[in-house]
Design a protein around this ligand. Sequence first.
Ligand code: PMP
Length: 330
Amino acid sequence: MKYANTVLDLIGGTPLVKLNHVTDGIAATVLVKVEYLNPGGSSKDRIAVNIIDAAERDGLLKPGGTIVEPTSGNTGVGLALVAQQRGYRCVFVLPDKVGEDKRNVLTAYGAEVVVTPTSVAPDDPESYYSVSDRLAREIPGAFKPDQYSNPNGPRSHYESTGPEIWADTDGRITHFVAGVGTGGTISGTGRYLKEASAGAVTIVGADPEGSVYSGGTGRPYLVEGVGEDFWPTAYDPGVVDEIVAVSDQESFDMTLRLAREEGLLVGGSSGLAVAAALRMARDLPEDAVVVALLPDGGRGYLGKIFSDRWMRSYGFAQLSDERSVADVVG
Ligand code: PMP
């Protein structure tokens, strides 16, 4: 019989898929790593299992303990999955820009959710960083993974994402592109790929315009899960060769095209990463192999990027060609 012992055994081992339609005019091979095929639906499943394993080992998390974390949703799902299987309680703190669907996913897994305002400074007592710190202090037996500074986040990508990409490309990858949020994905994966290739792989960070990684001040942008208004320690700038800034419009356009033309229903940070990857690939020769990481799926954004009304309300053009029956019948 072929089966996984628990759903946790399905984390990682995600496939690479070649892009064939959004790559017009590009000679290089552009591959995407499809992280929504993780059981919790994102790359964050990888860090969740690593962080909880380490916390148990270090005695920071004991039976009956509570996990408290500020998260845009995906890390919460990963942590909720692992916590549920191992008998821990979870309390997640989310900024209010995170869609309701994402929130409901967390509660579906049995986690508790606290929502905080997006439009306050990180040091404001109402910010999601401050609220989660307070809860971690006040709840007995609480453990705060702190994905922004926990070295087991980048380590999980060093131990799994990097080796998977290196093996699946037979060591032929020349460029790795990932959106930067905590910086864990790019730092861990990038470090592995640099070591494996003796420095030959170029590591490219994709960042929303306005975020600090591309020289911004933290000005608001709408793509979720990427960009920061401070410098997390999970981010290792020494690994990153280049940062490409991408606008919300360009990220969302590419997100819609990935669904429509490549059959990949993914989130806005995936559109951001692919937009950056294609911009780079345009100047590369035929033998270049560019790998972009797609962190999560698009189902959490149906009421946003994939909603005509939402896109128009923020002034974005939509690729929609919704028609009435009368238009089609003539
Ligand atoms: N995209 C999404 C949707 C995310 O949730 C995250 C994690 N914050 C990222 C990209 C960025 O990954 P990392 O935190 O490893 O930089």
